[in-house]
Structures are given as structure tokens and as C-alpha cells.
Design a binder for this molecule. Structure first.
Ligand code: G3I
Length: 347
């Protein structure tokens, strides 16, 4: 079995693909991506700065290739992400004679952006992270430029434009730290407010940038249930489990420097000890046991990458580390965690 076949009855199992993984020709990696995953997400290619770098310039080269790949592989494509405060060019928030206070202009740009993307991929992209990371961890609204200029309306407008641009596509709100009760409450409230305006939202994505111990399964389960009880689908998006200590906790750490030779913050430069490898496998098994249990609420679990070598975790929150957060190793071999995830449904 592969992840894709083992979980076929439960939910989509997806991966985010980096630039180098959007492959037109067959290779060991493209075969693995086809066999193991039933859903794909662009890790970066669909973000505003890449797909829409200037007012009248769109660049669909990579998203076209990725959509064609998902089509060939019969995979559910996720559009990530339409509206996010990161990786959005400055021009979106500026005018020649007027700085940062014209919501009409901003909303017009958002509408053009959403229409162009969703119009182009109608019937090919099944769901979109319409708005990404608009909340603080305490559930209040993040003071992004979108929020400063448009207020909370920027969120309603995004969902309004998206529903019109492709009535068939699912529409999601996506955020991290959703295991925190206040943040999860904030997201559920937001979804209810969107619905109260007569607009559509289909689900909430819980990003899973987690660690070996935290958040606890109980915290994650409470959030899954809270979202499910509000009548929304849950996606576990962006799943990866770091095995490294937080470099912020290292005495005297300078986060702008490379941590390659910092033994405390980069302890597994030359390989992962068996004990940690097994702890990672157990953590993945526990998580998938929980997801499997809630397969009626969860519609997709997406890993934030295919293999350890590509993971953003190697370079965040400090550069130059060697992390092991995914299910395949740097040579594309399945890790014990992969076997452990398969074992959950094999029981
Ligand atoms: O493309 C340049 C390359 O030319 C240059 O040599 C290199 C040097 O650092 O940088 C490359 O750009 C990097 C880009 O990824 C690759 O497309 C950026 O520095 C880097 O900041 C960017 O990071 C991405 C990050 O979003 C940006 O915020 C990560 O790959 C991507 O995994 C990450 O994904 C986000 C989700 O979209 C939303 N949730 C959080 C998640 C993790 O941050």
C-alpha cells in the first residue's frame, strides 16, 4: 500500500510541491508523488508575488504545469493561497497619489486577482485557501496591510469574489496554531460571520507545523471537533513535525546567522538517531490515528512537502539546519514514520 491507497476511504492525502517538484517528465520523484498522494498544493508558485507580480502581469507558467500534473495523476488540486499578507507585492497596497488608505482600490485588485486565477482553473482546482493567516494567536484580527486598509471587510470581499469566480470550488480559511482554543474560536466566529453575510465558506484548514510533543492530541482533537460542530469541513494542511529544538531558546542565538555548526540548535547534522526516528514515527502514528478517527470531519491531510530535503523547516526560524519533519528522507526513501502512518489503517 501507499499513503494514497491506504487512506483512500478516509480523506485526501496531499503534499505541497516546491518549484523543482513541478515535473513534466517522468522521474522517480514524479512517480512517488503520483503513487503516494491524492492531492497537490503549490508550496509557493500560486502566491501573489509569483503569480501576479505586477498590476497587469500574471505568470501562470508553474501553476499551469502543476494543474496539468494533478490532472494526469488524478489528484485533487488545492489553490494556496489567494489572500495572504506574506509574499504579496507592495504595489497591491499602494497608489501613486495615495498611500495605504484606499479600500476601493485594494478590493478592486483583490477581485481582479481572484477572478484571474479562479477563472483560469475552473474545474481544475477543487478548493482554495481563500484567506490565509488573518488572525493573531489570541483570535483577534492581525494588523496586516489588508486589514489596515480594508478592515475585516477584506475577508468578506475575498470570499464574495471567490464564490462568484468559481461557484464549484470549495472555499477555505487557513491558519496555524489552530490548536489554541482562542484562535480556533476566532476562526469559527469568523466563519460564522462570513455565513451570516450570506457568503459561502466550506472549511477551515488547520496548519500542522507541530513538534514531537506539542500540541497534544487532546488539543488538536478539541479544535477538530469545534470546527466540525460548526458545520465546517476540517483540513489538516501544512503538516510537518520538527525534531529540532527551537533555536530561539538557544542562549545568545542570532537568528540571522547560519546555524549549521551550532550543535545545540542543529544536533542531527550527520543523521537522525534511531530513538528520535522512532519518536517521530510514533508521533505520526498517533496523529493519523486521531485523523482516522475523525474521517467524517476531516476531508484532507496535506504534508508540507514530500521529503526532508525540501522542507522550509531546514531554514526556519534560522538558516542552515538539518531537520527531518516529513515522511520521506532526502533520498526519497520512505521513513519509519511512513510505515507507521500506513500501520494505522492496516489494523
Ligand atoms: O526564490 C528564492 C531564491 O531565488 C533564493 O535563492 C532563496 C534564498 O533564500 O530564496 C528563495 O525564496 C524563498 C522561497 O520560499 C522559495 O520560493 C524565500 O526566501 C522563502 O522565504 C520562501 O519561504 C516560503 C514561505 O512560505 C514564505 O513565507 C516557504 O518555502 C514555504 O514553505 C512557506 O509556506 C508557508 C505557507 O505558505 C503558509 N503557512 C506557513 C508556511 C511556512 O512558512
Amino acid at each position: 500500500p501507499t499513503l494514497r491507497t491506504a487512506y483512500a476511504e478516509d480523506f485526501y492525502i496531499g503534499a505541497a510541491l516546491g518549484w523543482g517538484q513541478i515535473l513534466e517528465k517522468d522521474s522517480a520523484e514524479s512517480t512517488l508523488i503520483r503513487n503516494e498522494f491524492s492531492s497537490l498544493t503549490p508550496e509557493n508558485a500560486m502566491k501573489w508575488m509569483h503569480v501576479h507580480p505586477k498590476l497587469d502581469t500574471f505568470n501562470f507558467e508553474y501553476t499551469d504545469k502543476l494543474v496539468a500534473m494533478a490532472d494526469r495523476n488524478d489528484q485533487f488540486m488545492v489553490g494556496h493561497t489567494l489572500i495572504w499578507h506574506n509574499q504579496t507585492p507592495e504595489w497591491v497596497f499602494r497608489d501613486e497619489d495615495n498611500d495605504l488608505n484606499d479600500s476601493t482600490a485594494l478590493f478592486g485588485r483583490m477581485k481582479d486577482h481572484i477572478n484571474a486565477i479562479m477563472g483560469r482553473y475552473q474545474g481544475k482546482i477543487g478548493g482554495y485557501d481563500v484567506v490565509n493567516e488573518a488572525l493573531n494567536d489570541d483570535g483577534t484580527f492581525r494588523e496586516s496591510l489588508f486589514y489596515q486598509i480594508g478592515g475585516v471587510d477584506f475577508i468578506y470581499k475575498a470570499f464574495e469574489y471567490a464564490a462568484k469566480a468559481d461557484p464549484e470550488a470549495e472555499l477555505y480559511y487557513n491558519d496555524y496554531s489552530m490548536n489554541r482554543p482562542e484562535k480556533c474560536d476566532g476562526a469559527v466566529q469568523l466563519a460564522k460571520a462570513i455565513k451570516a453575510k450570506g457568503l459561502r465558506i466550506d472549511g477551515i484548514g488547520m496548519q500542522g507545523h507541530w513538534g514531537l510533543e506539542r500540541p497534544t492530541l487532546e488539543e488538536i482533537e478539541a479544535s477538530i471537533l469545534k470546527i466540525g460542530n460548526a458545520g465546517l469541513k476540517v483540513m489538516i494542511t501544512e503538516l510537518d513535525i520538527t525534531v529540532l529544538p527551537n533555536p530561539r531558546n538557544v542562549e545568545g542565538a542570532d537568528l540571522s546567522a547560519s546555524f549549521e555548526n551550532n550543535a545545540e540548535a542543529n544536533p542531527y547534522k550527520n543523521g537522525l538517531p534511531d530513538s528520535v526516528q522512532m519518536a517521530l514515527a510514533q508521533r505520526y502514528a498517533d496523529l493519523f490515528e486521531l485523523f482516522h478517527k475523525h474521517q467524517d470531519i476531516i476531508t484532507r491531510v496535506t504534508l508540507w512537502g514530500v521529503h526532508d530535503g525540501q522542507s522550509w523547516k531546514n531554514n526556519w526560524p534560522a538558516r542552515g539546519r538539518t531537520d527531518y519533519p516529513l515522511l520521506f528522507d532526502r533520498s526519497l526513501a520512505p521513513k519509519p514514520a511512513h510505515q507507521a502512518v500506513l500501520g494505522v489503517v492496516g489494523k
